[in-house]
Design a protein around this ligand. Structure first.
Ligand SMILES: Nc1ncnc2c1ncn2[C@@H]1O[C@H](COP(=O)(O)OP(=O)(O)OP(=O)(O)O)[C@@H](O)[C@H]1O
Ligand SMILES: [Mg+2]
Length: 387
């Protein structure tokens, strides 16, 4: 329903109005973005600060004018540098929620939500709504976010989470096909942020509205999304389901950004029937699936939760491959599990253990990982580069 093609934006080319970063102000904010967002999708733009997430979102909204490219919404061209089309924000039919979700303190909850209806221009969406129709719409939007009983409350007398829901209701009230959200949960404390995640996802499912959601928090992106698009330096690194981004990072940048403590360097030294042996800095590692060639440099990704950790004195299965011996150097208790750091030769590996199976610091241990859990990631960060 949303198609973005070859969108570029370089603030420096316009004389750099208010450069936020003293570093490379001449680097383009968007380097030729191609992106498809399907109807009813929860689509997240994930990436580090300054990678261009807000610029892309504002370009979709019409608040930022790209240098080149095309943006199409439900078959209607909203922006085209070639055709000289640039539809104004209020005519794009979008809902928006920003990080500073500015509620109007002098209005009650009902008036806050009704506001976009009262200023809505007639045009694409037909004649202005009657008062009764407006009331129905506001009540519907408030009910969707669970604020039906708060309509008469002064907006400033809501909790942080309720104000957040009010902002979402205001974005939904015009029944837009697409809602854009820019880090809407970042002002909330950790616990509220987690519960709002579930609420947002439920709301998106129930209303069927398409959402494009911006965050730099990888766990938020994985928890909420149908599709995660990972951005770096104005470009797209990978666009895939949360499971795929986590299990099969498309680049070293994605692997590091999504959080991979154990990423060893290695070279493909043996290939047979799609499986391979990798000569890594921690010794030979067997993998079930390898699309690389003999001699290629790769990174070996082993997730901390995929290791089986046992005390070294327990007898080992002689058949077992991918076994590393080491010493526990640090342990962090995290509630339902513990995190161990294990010194393996010169390397430090991280692994998780169930809390009741935790071992103490200084223990000699064996780490084992099945070959099907080992992932290979491109060996260099040539495409993007970490911050
Ligand atoms: N109005 C502006 N004028 C000049 N440069 C800008 C402007 N807005 C953003 N930039 C630059 O464009 C790049 C992308 O910025 P953008 O705000 O899109 O990043 P972001 O991914 O949203 O980051 P954050 O997570 O910090 O919000 C940055 O290098 C930034 O400094
Ligand atoms: Mg931003």
């Amino acid at each position: 329903m949303l198609s973005i093609a070859k969108v570029t934006k370089n603030y420096a080319a316009e004389g750099g109005r208010r450069p936020k970063s003293p570093v490379d102000v001449s680097a383009p904010a968007l380097r030729g973005i191609d992106l498809e967002v399907g109807r009813g999708q929860f689509h997240t733009l994930l990436g580090p600060s300054g990678c261009g997430k807000t610029t892309l979102l504002r370009s979709i909204a019409g608040l930022e004018r790209p240098d080149t490219g095309t943006i199409t919404l439900s078959g209607t061209t909203m922006f085209s540098s070639d055709q000289g089309i640039d539809v104004s924000p209020d005519r794009r039919g979008l809902g928006m929620v920003f990080q500073s979700y500015a509620i109007w303190p002098h209005m009650d909850v009902f008036k806050n939500v009704a506001f976009p209806l009262t200023v809505r221009r007639p045009g694409r969406t037909g004649a202005k709504l009657t008062r009764a129709e407006q009331r129905d719409r506001v009540e519907e939007a408030l009910a969707a976010v669970g604020l039906a009983d708060y309509a008469g409350r002064q907006a400033t007398n809501l909790s942080g989470g309720q104000q957040q829901r009010l902002a979402v209701a205001r974005a939904l009230v015009t029944r837009p096909a697409l809602v854009l959200l820019d880090e809407p949960l970042s002002n909330l404390d950790a616990r509220l942020r987690e519960s709002m995640r579930f609420e947002l996802k439920r709301l998106q499912r129930e209303t069927g509205v398409t959402m494009v959601y911006v965050t730099h928090d990888q766990s938020e992106a994985l928890a909420l999304s149908d599709v995660v698009t990972v951005m770096s330096q104005g470009g797209i690194e990978q666009s895939a389901s949360p499971e795929e981004v986590y299990d099969q990072p498309g680049s070293l940048f994605v692997a590091e950004f999504v959080g991979a403590p154990n990423l060893l360097t290695g070279v493909v030294e043996h290939l047979a029937d799609g499986a391979a042996r990798i000569a890594s800095e921690a010794g030979t590692i067997a993998v079930d699936r390898c699309t690389w060639q003999l001699g290629d440099e790769v990174r070996v990704l082993m997730r901390p939760e995929d290791f089986i950790i046992t005390a070294a004195e327990e007898s080992a299965d002689p058949e077992e491959r991918n076994t590393f011996t080491g010493v526990i150097t640090a342990t962090a208790f995290e509630g339902e599990r513990v995190r161990h750091q294990v010194k393996v030769g010169k390397l430090t590996m991280e692994c998780h253990a169930e809390r009741h199976r935790a071992l103490s610091d200084g223990s000699d241990v064996r780490l084992t990982i099945p070959a099907e859990r080992v992932r290979l990631v491109p060996g260099s960060a040539a495409s993007g580069g970490a911050e």
